[in-house]
Design a binder for this molecule. Structure first.
Ligand code: ATP
Length: 358
C-alpha cells in the first residue's frame, strides 16, 4: 500500500474560493515527488494540507494506512522547509540546527551527535559556531534544511526552498538536495514553479493548473508523452512550438508546406473542418530535408547563442517558431532555411479539449 494517499482532496477557502479540485495521488515510501505549476495553481495549498497547516475541505488524506485528516501538524511526523527560512539570528548554526531537539528535551550527547552528523551531510561542519548573518544565502538555506532533517521524520515537505537564492546557488543547492534525499531516503514532496528544478529532482512530477492536476508522471513521461497542450508547453525550454489551425483535406499549412496529417494520425478524417494543435519541440528538428518528416521553408529572424546551443527564431509566412540548433550550425539572420520535423517528434492535440491525440 502507498505510504501517502490523497484521495479526491478538495480545498475551498472560507471566502468560497475553490483552490484545489479532486486531487488524487499515491506516494511510495522514499519517493521524491514535485508539485509544479504556475503561480496560484494550488501547489502550496496542497502541500499545506499535507502538513496539517490547512484544513482539508473534502477527501481523504491517508498516512501509512491510516486516515490522517484530523491529525495536527506535530502528530504527522512531517518536517517542512519553507521559502523564507527564518533562522534565529542570535543563535549559532549549531543551536539553530539543534533547536527542535533541544525543545523536545533530547539528551545533550544525542543532540551533539545528530547535529554533527547533519552538518556533515550538509557541508556545514566548519560553520557550526557562526551566526546566520555570517553565512551566504545558500549556507543559510542549508541550515534551514538541517533543522528539518535532524528530526529524522519520514516525510519532508519543501515549499520553493531555493527561491531566495541566486541562479548559481540554486543549481548547487539543487544538487545538494538530491544528495540529501539519497542519503536520508526520506519521502519528499517539493513545490516549485521552476520546471528545471522539477525535472532534475523528481522521481515523479505532478503538474497543476488552476487547482486541477494536469498530469502525473516521471520527468521522461512528461517530456515525451505530455497529456495536453498545457503540460507540453510547460515542460521544456524553450517551450514546445504550437501551430493552431483548421484541418482541410487532412492537411494543416505551415508556411508554404501543406502538412499531410494522415501520416501522423491515420484517421485524421474525424478532424476535418475542426481545429487541431500541431506541436514540436525546438530541439527535435533536423536542419535540411529529411525523409519521414515535415519539411518547412522559413526565414531566420533572430538567433540567440547560448553556448553549445543556439535558439533560432524563424518565420514561415504567418507562422513563427523557435528552433534549437547546435551552435556550430547557426544560420545567418535573414537567410532562407529548410528544416525537417521528424514524424516521431510531432504531437497533435485536439483544438477544443487540448488533449493529446497523436
Ligand atoms: P505560488 O507559486 O504563487 O505560491 P501556488 O500554486 O502555491 O502559487 P496557492 O498558494 O496554493 O498557489 O494558492 C492557490 C489559490 O488559492 C490562489 O489563487 C490563491 O490566491 C488562493 N488562496 C490562497 N490562500 C487563500 C486564502 N487563505 N483564502 C482565499 N484564497 C486563497
Amino acid at each position: 500500500m502507498a505510504y501517502i494517499t490523497l484521495k479526491n482532496i478538495n480545498k475551498i477557502y472560507p471566502n468560497g474560493f475553490h483552490a484545489v479540485h479532486n486531487f488524487n495521488l499515491e506516494i511510495e515510501k522514499g519517493e521524491f515527488v514535485v508539485f509544479v505549476g504556475p503561480s496560484g495553481c494550488g501547489k502550496s495549498t496542497t502541500l499545506r494540507m499535507i502538513a496539517g497547516l490547512e484544513d482539508i475541505s473534502s477527501g481523504e488524506f491517508i498516512l501509512d494506512g491510516k486516515r490522517a485528516n484530523e491529525l495536527g501538524p506535530r502528530e504527522r511526523e512531517i518536517a517542512m522547509v519553507f521559502q523564507s527560512y527564518a533562522l534565529y539570528p542570535q543563535m549559532t548554526v549549531y543551536d539553530n540546527i539543534a533547536f527542535g531537539l533541544t525543545l523536545q528535551g533530547v539528551d545533550e550527547d544525542v543532540i551533539e551527535e545528530r547535529v554533527k552528523n547533519t552538518a556533515r551531510i550538509l557541508g556545514l561542519t566548519d560553520y557550526l559556531d557562526r551566526l546566520p548573518r555570517a553565512l551566504s544565502g545558500g549556507q543559510r538555506q542549508r541550515v534551514a534544511i538541517g533543522r528539518a532533517i535532524i528530526r529524522k521524520v519520514g516525510i519532508f515537505l519543501m515549499d520553493e526552498p531555493l527561491s531566495n537564492l541566486d541562479a548559481k546557488q540554486r543549481v548547487t543547492m539543487r544538487y545538494e538536495i538530491a544528495q540529501i534525499h539519497q542519503e536520508t531516503g526520506a519521502t519528499t514532496i517539493y513545490v516549485t514553479h521552476d520546471q528545471t528544478e522539477a525535472m532534475t529532482l523528481a522521481d515523479r512530477i505532478v503538474v497543476m493548473k488552476d487547482g486541477y492536476v494536469q498530469q502525473i508522471g516521471t520527468p521522461y513521461e512528461l517530456y515525451f508523452k505530455p497529456a495536453n497542450v498545457f503540460v507540453a508547453g510547460f515542460i521544456g525550454e524553450p517551450p514546445m512550438n504550437f501551430l493552431r489551425g483548421i484541418v482541410r483535406d487532412g492537411k494543416l499549412p505551415f508556411g508554404d508546406t501543406q502538412m499531410d496529417l494522415s501520416k501522423k494520425l491515420p484517421d485524421i478524417k474525424r478532424y476535418e473542418g475542426k481545429e487541431i494543435v500541431f506541436g514540436f519541440r525546438p530541439e527535435a528538428i533536423v536542419l535540411g530535408a529529411q525523409d519521414n518528416a515535415y519539411q518547412i521553408n522559413c526565414k531566420v529572424e533572430l538567433t540567440e547563442m547560448l553556448g553549445d546551443n543556439t535558439n533560432v527564431y524563424i518565420n514561415a509566412g504567418k507562422d513563427q517558431a523557435i528552433l534549437k540548433v547546435d551552435s556550430h550550425d547557426t544560420p545567418e539572420v535573414d537567410s532562407d532555411l529548410t528544416f525537417s520535423i521528424p514524424m516521431e517528434s510531432v504531437y497533435l492535440f485536439d483544438g477544443e479539449t487540448e488533449e493529446v491525440i497523436a
